[in-house]
Structures are given as structure tokens and as C-alpha cells.
Design a protein around this ligand. Structure first.
Ligand SMILES: [Zn+2]
Length: 400
């Protein structure tokens, strides 16, 4: 139904030489390539028009259905339950996501914020210094995620070694996906670009902070904080020249609040002014509003200010309320213009019983008052969920 195809990532790749991948067995028309440092930009800007000397049958405009999920926040009860499901011989995380799996797998491009580092080089661990077994990452890919952002405050939970280990895991075990939001220092200006259904997407991820931890000076790893304004601007402007659509994942905003801050709005507008098209925000751990943002050229970008958690074992009621965002990206063949349409939010609830038992994600439309009464999170109720979703997502028709 979809897949982004693995492509050899090469530092000697010449500018503009988009390497075409081997075709996948499912006949999708996608490729992933990395744009090298110091390349002359071979623009695919929206003003370019395809040459068309002879009248021919008009092809349908290419389009991509994007979905995006928030923090995959793997507290210890989640991986312990996953371990128990296999009798201790491994980890089975899949039942956690069963109710949302189809939304992810049916998209052309599914994007995840992986909030915890994933590696088997460290023991699995809980807040405040998370580490998640590799099986979890494998199963996130199995359910259909194509792009994973790691730009968030827990990226340095195990220091520089943890960052290296998680990038090693993703690049060695899943070279077929787009991993963004951190890199080796020597590749820090390379921007992952994927072609999906004939539309090119560039991906960038930035964080507000890393919980007071930082890379050692002279580190051969690289992350970019939102406060590094000039660097962020440079990267977004570069991405804008490299791809039809620039996706930026900022980890920003107040934790456990569904109010969008002025800071989030200003950062979003800056990113859009520099060339971002789709902003996928995370950090506040709860669903926040989404909206169109006007670009300098009068066009429209789109922001999900915060998707909340995909799953967690937090103990605050707002932390149980997330959403899976959806957006259709269409490229008008006549003009090259990118149009963003059909924005959608699927509200989701993280449910668990007493003492964090049986942690599971539900679409709110499949969630019941009966289940809500048994929720182990203090002060959580069905009417609370309904009220908060209405407040945040009133712009969309989401209720069943
Ligand atoms: Zn976070």
C-alpha cells in the first residue's frame, strides 16, 4: 500500500542527483535520499513549471496523505507489560497500538516523535532517564511509521553515548525510514529528503532543551536547539530549496498544558516565514489546537501545535489525551504549487487500569464511559476527555 524505499546514502552524491531506489514489491513510487553537505541546491521550488510543449492527457495531481503521531513515551510499565506478553523472551508492544494501527498503516507518510532513545546497548529504563528496547522501534516500523523525529528533551538521557547508540540502531536496523532531528556532526547540514508519490519532502527537527543535559564540547554528534535561530533559519531555507514540502518537528511549548503559548506561535511563524510547510509540534504531552498559517507569499502552511502523547504512563489526566494528525498534500502539476487540505485530528486516549495495568491506546470514538470509569489515572473521566477534546479540536468534526 505504501513504503518509502531504502536508498544508499552517500556523501559523494552529487547535487541534484536524486538516487532512485529499487522498486518495492508493493509498487509504490517512493524514494529516500539524503542531500549532502555543501551541495549546490537544485531547486524544486514551487514556481517551477513542468515543460509541456504538446497537449497531452492531464495526469491527476499527485497527492500524499500524511499522518503524524506524538510522543511514543515508553515508561517502564509499558516495556514490562510488553515483556510479559512474550513470557520474558522478548517484547510485544503491538497490542498497545492495535486500535490506531490502521490509521498509521494506511497513510502514505506516517511520522512519529520517538520521545525515548531506542537501543539495546543500555538496560531499559524509566523516567527521568529513559531507554527503550529495540523491539519497540522495530514494531513502530512494523505498524507503519515511515519517518521518526528524535528532536526532543529526552534525547540526551543517556548522554552522548545514548544518542550515538540510538542513531546507530535506527540507521543500521531501519535504513528504510527517515530518521531526523539529530545526526553525526559531519552530517549536520545534510537534510533527509524523501520522494513519495512524486512529491519531495524534507525533514527537520529541533528542540527547545534537553533537560539540562548537553553534548560535550567537540562532540562528533549534533543536535540543533530552537534558540539557535540563525542555524535553524539556514536549515529551513536550505530544505525549502531541496524539496516541495518542508516538514519541521519542533519540540516546544508548556508541558501538560493545552494552551498554545505566544512562543510556540512566534516560532511557528518564523519557521513558516523561512520556508516550512508542515509543522508537527510536540512536548506539552496533550493535544493542542491546529491551524493554517499564512506564508509570506500568501500561501498556506499548516501547524499541529502539539499532538500530545501517542502512549505514556503519565499520571495526569491531560497526558492521557493525544491526537493523530492528518493532512493531504497535493502538488498541482500545472503550477507546481503545493496545496494542503483535509486537515484532521483523530483524538486518542491512553487507557490503563489500576497501578498502570494494561496500557493501551484507543481512538476516542472507540473509547467508552465504562472503560473511563476504570481508568487508573486520578481525576480522569470520560466527560473530562470530551470537554478537553472539544476545547482543543473544535475546528474539526471529530466526534463519532
Ligand atoms: Zn518531551
Amino acid at each position: 500500500m505504501k513504503k518509502i524505499i531504502p536508498i544508499i546514502i552517500s556523501a559523494v552524491l552529487l547535487a541534484g542527483c536524486a538516487v532512485t531506489g529499487e522498486n518495492s514489491s508493493d509498487a509504490s513510487n517512493s524514494s529516500l535520499y539524503i542531500v549532502p553537505n555543501n551541495s549546490e541546491n537544485n531547486s524544486t521550488s514551487s514556481s517551477e513549471q513542468p515543460e509541456n510543449s504538446e497537449p497531452s492527457e492531464k495526469l491527476p495531481d499527485p497527492s500524499v496523505r500524511l499522518v503524524c503521531a506524538g510522543d511514543n513515551l515508553i515508561h517502564s510499565p509499558i516495556y514490562k507489560q510488553a515483556s510479559r506478553r512474550t513470557g520474558g523472551s522478548g517484547y510485544d508492544f503491538l497490542p498497545v497500538y492495535e486500535d490506531v494501527r490502521e490509521i498509521i498503516s494506511s497513510a502514505d507518510l506516517a511520522v512519529l516523535n520517538q520521545e525515548t532513545i531506542i537501543t539495546d546497548e543500555f538496560e531499559p529504563s524509566n523516567y527521568p532517564s529513559f531507554c527503550t528496547p529495540e523491539s519497540c522501534g522495530d514494531q513502530m516500523i512494523e505498524i507503519g511509521f515511515d519517518a521518526v523525529s528524535v528532536s526532543n528533551n529526552h534525547l540526551l538521557d543517556k548522554g552522548e553515548a545514548g544518542l550515538k547508540a540510538t542513531l546507530k540502531y535506527w540507521s543500521e536496523k531501519h535504513p528504510e525510514i527517515i530518521l531526523y532531528g539529530a545526526s553525526e556532526k559531519e552530517k549536520e547540514d545534510d537534510i533527509p529528503v524523501a520522494e513519495i508519490n512524486g512529491i519531495t519532502f524534507a525533514f527537520l527537527g529541533f528542540m527547545e532543551h534537553t533537560n539540562g543535559l548537553s553534548l560535550p564540547s567537540g562532540s562528533d554528534m549534533s543536535i540543533t536547539y530552537l534558540k539557535e535561530t540563525e542555524r535553524v533559519k539556514m536549515l529551513v531555507e536550505k530544505a525549502d530549496k531541496l524539496a516541495d514540502v518542508v516538514v519541521v518537528s519542533p519540540h516546544y511549548g508548556l508541558e501538560v498544558s493545552n494552551e498554545v503559548t505566544e512562543d510556540q506561535k512566534q516560532i511557528t511563524q518564523n519557521l513558516v516565514n523561512w520556508g516550512a510547510d508542515i509543522i508537527i509540534g510536540t512536548q506539552p504531552h496533550t493535544a493542542q489546537p491546529m491551524e493554517y498559517v499564512t506564508k509570506p507569499d500568501g500561501g498556506e502552511a499548516f501547524v499541529f501545535y502539539c499532538l500530545g502523547n501517542l502512549v505514556s504512563a503519565m499520571d495526569q489526566p491531560l497526558g492521557m489525551l493525544g491526537m493523530i494528525g492528518g493532512l493531504t498534500v497535493t502538488k498541482e502539476l500545472d503550477t507546481g504549487k503545493i496545496v494542503l487540505s483535509e486537515p484532521e485530528a483523530t483524538p486518542i486516549v491512553t487507557h490503563y487500569g489500576s497501578n498502570y495495568s494494561n496500557i493501551t491506546v484507543y481512538r476516542f470514538e472507540n473509547y467508552t464511559e465504562e472503560l473511563a470509569k476504570k481508568h487508573g489515572c486520578p481525576y480522569f473521566s470520560y466527560s473530562f476527555a470530551e470537554k478537553q477534546f472539544e476545547k482543543v479540536l473544535k475546528v474539526v468534526d471529530y466526534l463519532p
